[in-house]
Design a binder for this molecule. Structure first.
Ligand SMILES: Cc1cc2nc3c(=O)[nH]c(=O)nc-3n(C[C@H](O)[C@H](O)[C@H](O)COP(=O)(O)O)c2cc1C
Length: 362
């Protein structure tokens, strides 16, 4: 255990990550940065990180405000870590945390930024990962750990234990907060090794929701569909045109590769130009060009559901589990078998499982 005086010198102000950016940010695909910070170091790290990459940010916070985890030689923090260590599979061992305002299910990749407490992952972040393991299973994950001086192997094993279904694409980055001026250069070197890859879109399905009707659509395997998918979930206020289509102009452009389809089919989801999403509810011939995004599998009842005027249509991803598996440097040697929602199993029955970071089918 380190001395309180040692830690105190390391604590910086509780700054929020800065939203503004300078220079060119790297786009790692749809990424959520989830962080916890007691004394501000991880907040600062996230501020530097979001200068370098495009990502959404979510903060984990303990349900109980105002607890001084550093008081009495870090006793409150030690109590939380000891409770987890004594029964790590028991939900009651983890401290209560507030609702996190971003749903991790909607992202392909997750970057965890956490302090080290008593050589383990800080208890509130452990609570978040324990509660969200099923949602993070199958995703690509990377982790940054801030400590005063202790090495981070205990935090890495906590991450492995808490997220058995995740794929860690690179070694965790240790930021030793005794030298914060090195943070920016450490981060930019590490980001080059993250290797997050776009998920393979293999006939991926999405929900298209109109009022109380839910239609299932299959996405095209092209960059336009991929970019559209990365925007989901979203609800579009769609305008009526010609008794056969509803359309909405997005705020941003998507990649295009427009061709003339000749015939439009009921249930086609197309991009007109670079930003106009069109949902067709009739079959007819056209001379216009579009980039296909997807098609509603069974469009029966679509015309009735859409009606004759403007209407709100929601598009959301269907979580089909893992669609991409890569080598997992953190978990090599772990031969345990996990379900795709991250539960460890003894003898797997028929189904899809994860072993040694790879998808296996029994
Ligand atoms: C309860 C508690 C326990 C800690 N235990 C350790 C430790 O064992 N080793 C260490 O090097 N730093 C330890 N620290 C220091 C933090 O890991 C370090 O200051 C980190 O950068 C804090 O991040 P934050 O400012 O985002 O909360 C501890 C801090 C707290 C609050």
């Amino acid at each position: 255990m380190l001395l309180a005086a040692l830690f105190l010198s390391a604590c910086s102000s509780n700054n929020e990550p800065k939203a503004e950016t300078t220079g060119q940010q790297q786009d790692l695909g749809s990424t959520l940065v989830v962080y916890y910070s007691f004394s501000g170091d991880c907040s600062n790290i996230v501020g530097s990180l979001t200068q370098l990459i495009t990502a959404d940010v979510a903060r984990v916070e303990p349900a109980q405000d105002g607890v001084d985890y550093a008081a009495n030689n870090y006793q409150a923090g030690a109590d939380l870590i000891n409770a987890i260590n004594s029964a790590p599979n028991n939900a009651g061992s983890y401290p209560a945390i507030k609702n996190v305002n971003k749903d991790v299910s909607s992202y392909d990749h997750v970057i965890i930024v956490t302090p080290l407490w008593h050589s383990r992952m800080a208890a509130p972040m452990q609570a978040y990962l324990f509660q969200n393991a099923a949602k993070i299973a199958g995703k690509q994950v990377a982790m940054i750990v801030s400590s005063y001086s202790s090495g981070i192997s205990g935090v890495v094993s906590d991450a492995n234990r808490l997220l058995p279904g995740a794929t860690f694409t690179t070694n965790a980055l240790w930021i030793n907060n005794s030298n914060p001026s090195r943070t920016a250069s450490l981060l930019s070197e590490w980001i080059d090794n993250i290797n997050f890859t776009q998920p393979t879109m293999n006939n991926e399905k999405i929900n298209v929701i109109v009022g109380d009707r839910k239609f299932i659509a299959t996405l095209e395997q092209n960059a336009t569909a991929q970019a559209f998918r990365n925007m989901l979930p979203m609800t579009l206020s769609m305008n009526e045109l010609n008794g056969n289509e509803k359309y909405h102009y997005l705020d941003s452009s998507l990649p295009t590769q427009a061709t003339s389809p000749g015939t439009i089919h009921t249930g086609d989801i197309m991009l007109y130009g670079a930003s106009c999403v069109v949902l067709f509810y009739d079959t007819f011939n056209t001379s216009y060009s579009y980039t296909p995004i997807g098609h509603i599998d069974n469009p029966e009842g679509l015309r009735e559901a859409l009606g004759t005027g403007g209407i709100s249509v929601s598009f959301e991803r269907i979580n089909t589990g893992i669609d991409r598996v890569a080598a997992d440097p953190l978990r090599s040697g772990d031969s345990a078998v996990y379900t795709i929602d991250g539960r460890r199993v003894g003898t797997p029955e028929h189904g899809i499982y994860i072993k040694n970071g790879k998808k296996i089918i029994r």
